[in-house]
Every structure is written in structure tokens, then in C-alpha cells.
Write a protein that binds this ligand. Structure first.
Ligand SMILES: [Zn+2]
Ligand SMILES: [Zn+2]
Length: 618
């Protein structure tokens, strides 16, 4: 393969344009187009190209900021009217034209006054604002291509001709500086790669991601909805979604009882005292809903379940003989998220954590952490996820005084997390300084069918709340001690996990989770009595089955069932009735022939029991 031409240089660790001077002894590194570092520069340059095209096509438009983001870039514009799809097409054409012209991209150092005059003259008030806010010295670095000038530190590609493989993706409204009180801007998203192959691969990925978008499938399969007028970020579970939630919850509860947990139910609101004691009003108030006054006292909706579990702990004296205590709750919490950040089921304002708290003695934490880790991995596997990314967040050893809890506690807690990961030979990334102030933690992300990672499990020590609530147990020595407290959620939240399940399976769920496992499609009304008998028998056997009794042709019934991604379609006609058997089809695989009803039922039940991902009946 022909060696790719370097596009930039790194001289003594600093990025420079090709041809930048260096002296003997300098470390000079070449940057190649496909490297992550280069892609970031492509994307940054892509955003400038976009802004240049917009300004040429729509004079008078103000331009704001245009950063490179993961897999692409965007640029924010203040426009007289929103951009349309047609506008995007025109902008793309203009960008392609500028690429063809291969304009050199160059850096200049201007005085702050010169830059201010330049932008004031062009009535670019967003830029003037940025200049005043971000530039403290007298000089400012700008990049120029053609007539286009942008405030920027760079680096950039040397010329527009290198930006051939770009694609504008979408346009959305965004507030200036993310603040709802500011102007609403038009944000155009795009992406750019160094070669056509990489661009096309990314566009294929985006297409697939769109097809498995849980918001779209949630609608098609009638699983859930979000009702803006009734409150954004609050989830309505429709019958089929609710059925799946019931299955997930039942399984979760059963596994917790088997795993030595007890279940709790605690209130949804708590008095100010509770949140003051827990510290939430000091450091979490912005994420809480405003209080409601009852009998002249303020009550808050719960953003977390922990203080309630602690109250149960403190309801009586605890001895070391009572520990460990493992208390789980599917606790619905409410947190304020800015409306601009809400996203389907993935980012909501009300959600149900699959929460638990473990209270134990120092001698018990190694075993408890290992148990939680095993439990988490096993539970996630039973939902069909087999690849994980694990992060261990620990304190920054250079900063002391920032953290709650004693040094000894931190050392022991961290050691127990590392030990569990090591014993199970699970690779992990150590994130120094990433721990929150109250304790170290392990985060587990699952990989979905498209290769994306989703955060699910958190296993988090808490040295703060146990101290604030003055939790105690009487040790073997007869003295009072502070127990170790661990928060853990395995799936994360039911809403979010459901969203991930929908995307991972594209709505075609494993049999044990499918809201409707089989649909009965009779050929005509004469077969209805037989169909009703089959329905009753299957339902009696515990299967989730529906009957399509509409006066529609069987092909229509099959088509609709396929749209609903129902795993089995049972087709019944005079022949099946006569032979007292059934014909069945598998979603997307078509006709599978005839089978005896009892045998069908028996084999399916085994598949459900085994949580099989395979639908074929041998
Ligand atoms: Zn730039
Ligand atoms: Zn907690």
C-alpha cells in the first residue's frame, strides 16, 4: 500500500503545519490522516469550512462556536430563519465548491483591537462576545481561508482541498452557551474523514443506529411514550412495555432474594431534615425538584434512595452479628435535568434505579464486593450482553483533605475492588483522581450489537453518608463502629436499560423478554374456534400469546406480526384443525412447517427457561 502523506507535524509535542521550521535536536513527528489526532483536526477544519460556506450563502448570519466532537463537528449560527433540509443541500454544494478551490488555510496573530474591529464591522456580535470573554491578552490567534476568518488556536489542515470526504448530517436548535435565556441558534452537525471508505463506514453505522433507535421502535412496537405536555422526561409504559418491565422486575427480585438480599419499599418524599443530614441539600440541590410545603415543613421528592435505607438501618441497634445487610429496592427517583439534555429513555427526569445498599464490617468487604461483581456480570449476561468495559475510579493520591472517610478506609475499599477484579481476571481501566469525594467505585459498561458501550453497573463506596447519619454497629469488642456502606445498581435504571435492550435487539427480543411470544393467525373465521382452543392451551401453559381475529387475509396478519417483531406466528387452517397440530413461522425466517401443539409448547418453555437467544425448534 502506498504510504499516506503526512498532513501535519508535531514539533516538540506541538502541532504545526507541514513545512513549519524545526532545528536540529527538535523532536519532529508526522501526523497521518487516519490517526485519531488527525481526525480531530479534520473535524475542526470541517467546522470552519461549514461556517465559511454558510456565511457566503447567507450573508448577515452570525457565527458562534464550531468545535470538533466525537465522530464529527458542529457549528452554531444565529440566523433570520431556521435552516431547512434544502438549505443543507445548498450548503453542502458550497462546501464541495470550496474544497475544489483548495484554498490555503493559514494562521495569523492579530491584536485584540484588530480582531474586535474586524468582527464589529461585520456585526458579528457573537464573535465579539467570545473575544471579550475568552481572550485575556492583547493578541489573538485567528485562522483564515479565503475571506473567512475565525478565532481559533488551531491547528488546522493546510488547505480546504483535504476536506473532500465530508457529510452534513442534521440541523437542530441550540441555545447560545447552552443557556435557555440566550438566543436560540441553528446548530448544523456534520462529519468528515480522511478517506471515502472511512466516511462510508461511519454513514452505514449511523444508518443502522437510526434504524434501531429506541424512540422510533418504542413507537412502532407501542412499548412506551414520553408526553411533553404532561411533563418532559417522564416515561409512560404502555401495556407491552409494561409487560416487559414486569418480567425484568420479577426476574430481578427473584435473583436478589436468591442472592441473599432483602427487598425494601420506601417513601417517594422526605422531609428537609433528611436531605440536610444526607448532604443532598448542600451538594445536590440543583438536581432536585423544588420542595413542597406540608404542615409548614418542606418535603423533597427523592433523587436517591440511600437516606431511606439508612433510616431503616437506624430503626434499631445493629450488631456485627447482623451484618452484612443487603437491601435492595426498585426505587423511583426524580432528578432535574435540563430539557435540552433529555433524550428518549436514556436521559429522563423520573426513573427507577435497581438500587441496593450493602452495610458490612471491614472484614466482610472483600467478599461482598466480589459477590456484587459476580452478580452484576451474571445478571447482565442473562440479558444477552457478554462484552464489558470496566473502569475503576480511585482518588487522586496527591490531593488530601478533599475526600470523606479515613485514609485507612480508602486503602481498604480500593484494595477490595482491585482484588475482586483481579480474582475474576476482568480487565479494567484505572482512573486515578476520578473517584467522587465520598468513595472509590467500579463502573461497568456493556457493549451492544452496534459496538457501542452503555454504562449500567455502579459499585460505589460511601464514607460520607454513613458518617453524616452516624451509622453504627456494635462490634465483637462491644464498642460502636461505623459500618462500610456500598451503593450499587446493576442495570442502572430500568428506563435506560430498557432503551438499551430495545436498541441492542432492534425490538426483536429474546423469547423470555418478548412481550408477545406468539401470534395466532387463523386463515378464516371457520378456524376461529380451533384457534381459540390453541390460544387457551398456550396461555394456560404460561406463554404470552395473542390471537389475530380480524377479518383480514392471513398474509396481512403475517405482515403485521412481522412488523411487531413477534417471534412465532402460528398459522391455523382446516388442515391443521383436522390433524390437530399447528403450522408456525419464525420472525424473518418464514415457514417452519407443522408441529404438534404440546411439543411446540414444551420446547418453547425450555427456551424461555434457558433465556435462549435462538428461536429455532429442533
Ligand atoms: Zn478552528
Ligand atoms: Zn445509594
Amino acid at each position: 500500500m502506498e504510504k499516506e502523506k503526512a498532513i501535519l507535524l508535531k514539533i516538540n509535542g506541538e502541532l504545526k503545519e507541514i513545512g513549519a521550521p524545526s532545528v536540529p535536536g527538535d523532536s519532529v513527528e508526522e501526523i497521518y490522516p487516519r490517526s485519531p489526532e488527525a481526525l480531530d483536526i479534520y473535524r475542526h477544519s470541517g467546522s470552519h469550512l461549514l461556517a465559511q460556506a454558510v456565511l457566503e450563502l447567507f450573508p448577515g448570519t452570525q457565527y458562534g462556536i464550531g468545535p470538533a466532537v466525537e465522530n464529527g463537528f458542529y457549528y452554531d449560527f444565529l440566523t433570520a430563519r431556521p435552516f431547512s433540509e434544502d438549505d443543507l443541500t445548498e450548503i453542502s454544494k458550497k462546501m464541495a465548491h470550496l474544497v475544489k478551490q483548495n484554498q490555503p488555510i493559514g494562521r495569523e496573530i492579530w491584536s485584540k483591537n484588530q480582531a474586535r474591529d474586524y468582527f464589529l464591522e461585520r456585526r458579528q456580535m457573537l464573535k465579539v462576545e467570545l473575544l471579550e470573554e475568552k481572550v485575556s491578552g492583547d493578541e489573538v490567534s485567528v485562522f483564515k481561508q479565503g475571506d473567512f476568518v475565525d478565532l481559533c488556536r488551531g491547528p488546522h489542515l493546510p488547505s480546504t482541498g483535504l476536506l473532500k470526504h465530508f457529510k452534513l448530517l442534521s440541523v437542530a436548535a441550540a441555545y447560545w452557551k447552552g443557556d435557555e435565556k440566550n438566543h436560540s441558534l441553528q446548530r448544523i452537525y456534520g462529519t468528515v474523514f480522511a478517506d471515502a471508505e472511512a466516511l462510508n463506514e461511519h454513514l452505514r453505522f449511523l444508518k443502522e443506529a437510526r434504524e434501531c433507535d429506541h424512540r422510533l421502535l418504542g413507537k412502532t412496537l407501542d412499548l412506551f411514550s414520553l408526553q411533553e405536555e404532561a411533563g418532559p422526561g417522564l416515561v409512560y409504559w404502555h401495556p407491552r412495555g409494561a409487560r416487559m418491565r414486569h418480567i425484568i422486575e420479577s426476574y430481578w427480585k427473584q435473583r436478589h432474594y436468591e442472592g441473599g438480599y432483602e427487598l425494601l419499599f420506601t417513601p417517594h418524599i422526605g422531609r428537609e431534615w433528611l436531605w440536610q443530614t444526607s448532604g443532598h441539600l448542600d451538594f445536590y440541590k440543583d438536581s432536585m425538584y423544588a420542595p413542597m410545603a406540608i404542615d409548614d415543613l418542606n418535603y423533597y421528592l427523592k433523587p436517591m434512595n440511600c437516606p431511606f435505607h439508612i433510616m431503616v438501618y437506624k430503626s434499631r441497634q445493629r450488631s456485627y452479628r447482623d451484618l452484612p445487610l443487603r437491601w435492595a429496592e426498585l426505587g423511583t427517583v426524580y432528578r432535574y435535568e435540563r430539557s435540552g439534555t433529555l433524550h428518549g429513555l436514556l436521559r429522563v427526569r423520573g426513573f427507577t434505579q435497581d438500587d441496593a445498599h450493602i452495610f458490612c464490617t471491614p472484614e466482610q468487604i472483600d467478599e461482598e464486593i466480589l459477590r456484587v461483581l459476580d452478580f452484576s456480570i451474571d445478571l447482565l449476561k442473562s440479558f444477552g450482553f457478554s462484552e464489558f468495559k470496566i473502569e475503576l475510579a480511585v482518588r487522586d493520591p496527591r490531593i488530601t483533605g478533599k475526600y470523606a472517610g479515613s485514609d485507612e478506609m480508602w486503602v481498604q475499599a480500593e484494595a477490595s475492588l482491585v482484588k475482586a477484579l483481579t480474582v475474576r481476571q476482568l480487565p479494567y481501566q484505572r482512573m486515578e483522581g476520578e473517584a467522587v469525594f465520598y468513595g472509590p467505585k467500579i463502573d461497568i459498561k456493556i457493549k451492544d450489537a452496534l459496538g457501542r458501550f452503555w454504562q449500567c453497573t455502579t459499585i460505589q463506596f460511601d464514607f460520607n453518608m454513613s458518617a453524616r447519619f452516624a451509622m453504627k454497629y456494635i462490634g465483637a469488642d462491644g464498642a460502636a463502629h461505623q459500618p462500610y456502606m456500598v451503593h450499587r445498581a446493576l442495570l442502572g435504571s430500568l428506563e435506560r436499560f430498557f432503551g438499551v435492550l430495545i436498541e441492542h435487539y432492534r425490538g426483536f427480543f429474546p423469547l423470555w423478554l418478548a412481550p408477545v411470544q406468539a401470534l395466532i393467525a387463523p386463515l378464516n373465521d371457520d378456524c376461529l374456534p380451533y384457534a381459540r382452543g390453541v390460544l387457551e392451551k398456550l396461555r394456560g401453559g404460561g406463554l404470552r400469546v395473542e390471537l389475530d381475529a380480524r377479518a383480514e387475509g392471513v398474509n396481512r396478519k403475517i405482515r403485521d406480526a412481522e412488523m411487531q417483531k413477534i417471534p412465532y406466528i402460528i398459522v391455523l387452517g382446516a388442515q391443521e384443525q383436522k390433524e390437530a397440530n399447528i403450522s408456525y413461522r419464525i420472525h424473518k425466517k418464514g415457514d417452519q412447517g407443522k408441529i404438534n401443539l404440546s411439543e411446540f409448547m414444551q420446547k418453547i418453555k425450555i427456551k424461555i427457561e434457558e433465556k435462549s437467544l435462538n428461536y429455532e425448534i429442533q
